[in-house]
Design a protein around this ligand. Structure first.
Ligand code: ADP
Ligand code: MG
Length: 728
């Protein structure tokens, strides 16, 4: 067997689970120990500073520099007690990862000595050189500065020896260059839009929260096997590889016993995550071999999203200790399931009402139905945009691949809610309030709580499914920053709620009672959505695509084209009217999307071309030479019979020539297509040209995978799927 491959398989196979250092305290004692949370604030800040900081966190008050200095001093004391030597502003630029620039806490006193300093100014704002982060042309290179500013609503935390300060990242001219800033704007928009509606039902409500509960799927691959696959190392996915004889068909991995090396990794991640105050709850095997999932309890969306970014970093570093690499790519392996990051999303009030959960009274159910229906209307209006927010070069491989949500955004309601909505359309608006209690069958508002006990009413093929007290947005990619999807969803809902409230106000001004006005408007909305965005059938079928076209839903599958939706009049109106993105920001972000798409495909194309030429073709030719040698010896030894005896060899020799020729020809054509694409200036046109290149990658891998089937196993240079996916 090829030396490298043989060695790495053996090494990977022999690895034992790493012993995890379990803290002596209970999780309840170390939970949040690495976070500067309210407990720490109380301990390390004087009362006045504490109150001012809380006012800033809870009510958005500004933090003056004198107070910031005191906060920084308290943080420094806490951090140094925990062995911290560096601080960083931690932010989320428009890449797939978070960014940090570490500065030592040490100051040099100019007299040969050092001291640890950290003041309010370095807590609140920094000016990193922004020139190497994507900006879509906003930041001309002569103005390279951008600045990061502390987001006090996200707690400061310690990672290893570094105090991390979550910040927003903004260009010097004020445009946002990150995921966090627009998310916070969208969260404020939805909160502001929902509040007056909630107050119609309960005047005591003073704030509405958006909640996110993410479920992170990922693959774990042994680091030695990973290192032997240039495609995994450089692109995060395998660009070639024949399906393993055993795959996920036995369904024996899903919820199966967690392998010991993996279990040790998970324990380690959980300990680190709990210390960071991430309420991790669930861990299990996923459907595909070596695929897993972790999920915390949901929380406020901005914080939950920070925590998702934090845990992805933690997983990467903990994996190193355990001899693994985490694959967050949406489709690392062809032919088996890819990974997503389900975004469970809901709204709730500061009085504890879950706005997407049925209540106990007819009135609270009217509130529930109000929010439920308006969410659906928002998703319908912006279905193309919502899809565009989850589109990427990597997620493209997963969507619509008969395992993941199709590339059509529809909503699953379940039987009961569908029935309730259909009934609501028919009843007179002024009867609603009387219909409470479990006997009331006509409208069913009082019945709603009953149904959710029935958990079987679930649909795994819908990208946006109602699951009893929340919507589960399943199309989000596993490596994506949830903020992209959450910004758009919350913004779309905010816009819809504003328009709904305006309509209700109008009806009430004309003399209608509140519940009647609400019912009248809801009935109109239901009629416009029930047979459009609502779809409970199988989203994987071709008939659904046809039906979706008829319904006017967006069925685009070409990723660069999907991004165009961000610039459509309705999207621009949505984002600019709510102050989430300016027109310049919308344009800039699309430039970045197209550019990123192009670069990702370009890297894949280069890697595939080189692997085909430097790994695969040489291995195939070596094997062909071996066959030819065999043929030669047979001919010398059995001059009369060799033709019959060597029929298989001759056949294989021919096949190899054909496949090698095919690979070579297709790689050449792909290189030519890239040359053409590379000189295109316009980012959209260039991305479109690279879309063509992306399609051609499949055509190159096919003959390679055929070769893997026939070439001598001992001569194959790369770890195979059966090895990467089953050794752990
Ligand atoms: P499943 O895989 O069955 O969908 P999981 O337990 O893996 O469920 O994950 C469900 C996620 O949804 C968890 O993060 C959970 O906290 C979250 N969740 C539950 N209720 C809500 C809610 N009202 N709003 C947002 N997220 C929620
Ligand atoms: Mg789950």
């Amino acid at each position: 067997m090829s030396k490298l491959r043989f060695d790495v398989i053996q090494d990977a196979f022999k690895k034992k689970a790493v012993t995890v250092e379990t803290p002596s305290e209970r999780p309840s004692e170390y939970y949040g120990s690495m976070v500067f949370n309210k407990d720490k604030m109380r301990k390390y800040l004087d009362n006045n500073t504490y109150q001012k900081l809380i006012d800033c966190i809870d009510n958005g008050a500004t933090l003056d520099m004198a107070v910031a200095d005191k906060v920084a001093e308290g943080m420094k004391t806490w951090a140094m007690e925990n062995g911290v030597t560096h601080i960083t502003h931690w932010f989320q630029p428009l890449t797939d990862t978070t960014a940090e620039k570490h500065d030592s806490l040490i100051s040099y006193d100019g007299k040969g000595g050092v001291l640890e300093t950290f003041d309010g100014k370095s807590l609140v704002q920094q000016e990193p050189d922004a020139s190497s982060f994507p900006s879509g042309g906003i930041r001309a290179t002569f103005e390279a500065r951008g600045y990061t500013a502390w987001d006090p609503t996200s707690p400061v935390f310690i990672q290893e020896d570094t105090l991390c300060i979550p910040t927003v990242f903004i260009s010097y001219t004020g445009e946002t260059l990150d995921y966090k800033t627009p998310l916070k704007k969208a969260l404020k928009a939805v909160s502001d839009a929902a509040l007056p509606i909630c107050q119609m039902f309960d005047p005591k409500v003073s704030k509405v929260y958006s909640y996110l509960g993410w479920e992170q799927e990922y693959f774990l691959v042994d680091e030695d096997l990973y290192a032997a696959r240039p495609d995994l190392v450089l692109t995060g996915r395998t660009l070639m590889g024949h399906a393993s004889s055993k795959n996920q068909q036995l369904e024996d991995h899903y919820f199966g016993a967690i392998p010991s090396r993996v279990a040790a990794f998970m324990r380690d991640v959980e300990i680190a995550g709990l210390k960071l105050g991430i309420p991790i709850k669930t861990r299990h095997n996923e459907v595909a071999p070596n695929q897993f999932e972790m999920a915390p309890i949901y929380g406020e969306t901005n914080l939950a999203n920070d925590q998702n970014q934090m845990i992805m970093n933690v997983m990467n570093s903990v994996a190193c200790k355990h001899g693994f690499v985490v694959l967050f790519h949406e489709k690392p392996f062809d032919g088996i399931n890819g990974s997503g990051k389900h975004n469970n999303w809901s709204l709730g009030t500061d009085t504890g009402t879950q706005l997407l959960a049925p209540g106990k009274t007819a009135m609270s159910n009217l509130q529930f139905v109000t929010f439920f229906v308006n969410v659906l209307a928002a998703v319908q209006k912006h279905n193309g945009l919502i899809k565009a927010t989850i589109a990427s070069a990597t997620n493209a491989h997963r969507l619509g691949a008969n395992e993941a949500p199709p590339a059509i955004v529809s909503a699953f309601l379940g039987k009961t809610m569908t029935k309730v909505l259909r009934q609501l359309m028919k009843v007179p608006s002024d009867t609603v309030i009387e219909i409470a209690g479990k006997q009331g069958h006509s409208v069913g508002l009082g019945d709603i709580p009953e149904i959710f006990v029935d958990n079987t009413d679930r649909n795994r093929t819908s990208p946006f499914a109602f699951t009893g007290n929340r919507f589960e947005f399943r199309a989000v990619g596993s490596c994506a920053n949830c903020a992209g999807a959450m910004t758009t969803l919350n913004a779309a809902v905010a816009e819809q709620l504003l328009s709904f409230k305006a309509s209700v106000d109008k009806e009430m001004a004309a003399g209608k009672q509140m519940s009647v006005a609400i019912m009248d408007i809801l009935k109109q909305i239901i009629a416009s959505i029930i047979d459009v965005v609502c779809f409970d059938g199988n989203g994987y079928t071709d008939e659904w695509r046809q039906e979706a076209i008829r319904r006017g839903l967006d069925v685009e599958t070409c990723v660069p084209k999907m991004f165009k939706t961000f610039e459509s009049p309705s999207s621009v109106k949505l984002f600019t009217s709510l102050g989430i993105y300016s027109e310049i920001e919308i344009k800039a972000r699309n430039e970045i999307r197209w550019e990123t798409y192009t670069k990702k495909v370009q890297i894949e194309a280069r890697v595939l071309g080189r692997m085909a030429t430097n790994h695969i073709i040489p291995a195939a030719l070596d094997y062909q030479t071996k066959l030819l040698d065999n043929l030669k010896i047979l001919k010398e030894t059995f001059p009369d019979e060799y033709k019959t005896m060597a029929a298989t060899q001759i056949n294989l020799i021919r096949k190899i020539s054909t496949l090698v020729g095919e690979i070579n020809e297709k790689v050449d054509a792909m290189i030519e297509a890239r040359k053409v694409a590379n000189v295109i200036e316009d980012e959209y046109e260039k991305a479109m040209a690279y879309y063509g290149v992306a399609e051609s990658l499949f055509a190159i891998r096919r003959p390679i995978d055929r070769l893997e089937e026939i070439v001598d196993n001992s001569m194959w240079p790369l770890p195979k799927y059966r090895e990467i996916l089953f050794i752990n």
